[in-house]
Design a protein around this ligand. Structure first.
Ligand code: SD4
Length: 326
């Protein structure tokens, strides 16, 4: 056992979250207390996580694999034209092209990812094929599209009229100015713990609206937008990807749990790392979710306004995250 873990054990910090219930954590003094659930559980970023959780729960509740739950869950959001940060209906880059980033990780530590993928509605399923059918982890751009087509995915226009009209409006000024919680924060990151106790995660997005063509964010980067270790837990990130990439946020959260922190302590520490290391962090939103093997859950963001969906104990709930900048 590491000395850090021994220290945490001695001070009782490692077990501080164990007795908390989800209800108790909605109270004012929830600082550092992780919500405890029973398995299975599904947790997803933002309000659209509610529909992802519904689909994921069907898999989990019938004894299915966490990997299938997260894929089925995020696919619902990818197909939804009203979510303008993910898949079909996503906002384009500054040249009017929708480019998609996604990654997935299973309970064995296998991972797959695609980035800057065009014209495919379900990048998460392409990422899964990369994981399962290639010796690689990540395929980019034209190569990812070529692979998707070889695998039978159909090329289609995923730029909706609504997204195109908004982009044409934006082009009048071409001003790129992120607005906290509004610029493009509906990326879906999802984690699941199945009945067997296995953990998987998925993350999928069209990235920041009106980004430079070719820009890739944190979401498809294993360890940045999402990371799972089946012996420890999993984490997902949302928000301004550059800040998450510079701190390798999701890996950091999982590693902090490995050192003995609860999910809530770990996500707060990872936000603290951004605060410490990245000047100007106040101008951006970042949200982290984490789970561990015991079914404890953590959520934390830089700014007010991050919410997430937690499906546990047969109940799907939208919960406001605690945050740093009070
Ligand atoms: C990105 N992290 O491309 C994504 C955007 C996001 O909610 O999460 N939006 O930087």
């Amino acid at each position: 056992m590491s000395s850090r873990r021994e220290f945490l054990k001695k001070t009782g910090l490692a077990t501080i979250g164990v007795a908390a219930t989800a209800a108790a954590c909605q109270t004012e003094n929830k600082k550092h207390i992780s919500q405890t659930t029973t398995r299975p559980l599904a947790i997803s970023t933002w309000k659209n996580g509610m529909q992802a959780n519904e689909a994921g729960w069907k898999v989990l509740n019938s004894g299915g694999r966490a990997l299938d739950a997260v894929e089925q869950g995020v696919k619902v959001v990818e197909a939804d034209p009203n979510d303008m940060s993910v898949g079909y209906g996503g906002r384009p880059d500054r040249d009017g092209i929708v480019t998609l980033d996604a990654c997935i990780m299973d309970e064995t530590g296998n991972a797959g990812s695609v980035c800057a993928l065009e014209n495919i509605k379900h990048p998460i399923s392409v990422a899964r094929r990369v994981m399962e059918k290639t010796p690689h982890v990540m395929l980019a751009g034209a190569g990812a599209l070529q692979f998707a087509k070889e695998e039978g995915f159909v090329e289609e226009n995923i730029l909706t009229d609504k997204a195109r009209e908004q982009w044409l409006e934006w082009r009048k000024t071409s001003e790129y100015k992120p607005l906290i919680n509004i610029e493009n924060h509906d990326t879906i990151g999802m984690l699941a713990l199945d009945q067997k106790g296995d953990i998987s995660g998925a993350c999928t997005t069209s990235g920041l609206a009106y980004k430079m063509h070719g820009r890739v964010g944190d979401s498809p980067i294993i360890g940045a937008g999402m990371y799972c270790d089946n012996e420890i837990g999993g984490a997902v990130a949302t928000g301004m990807g550059e800040l998450v990439m510079k701190t390798l946020g999701s890996f950091l959260v999982v590693e902090l749990m490995n050192q003995g922190l609860s999910p809530q302590q770990a996500v707060e520490e990872a936000i603290g790392r951004i605060v410490k290391k990245i000047p100007g962090y106040q101008d951006f939103q970042i949200g982290y979710l984490a789970i561990n093997k015991a079914g404890e859950v953590g959520a934390y963001s830089l700014h007010k306004g991050f919410n997430y969906a937690l499906y546990a104990n047969d109940n799907n709930q939208l919960i406001d995250s605690d945050y740093y900048l009070k």
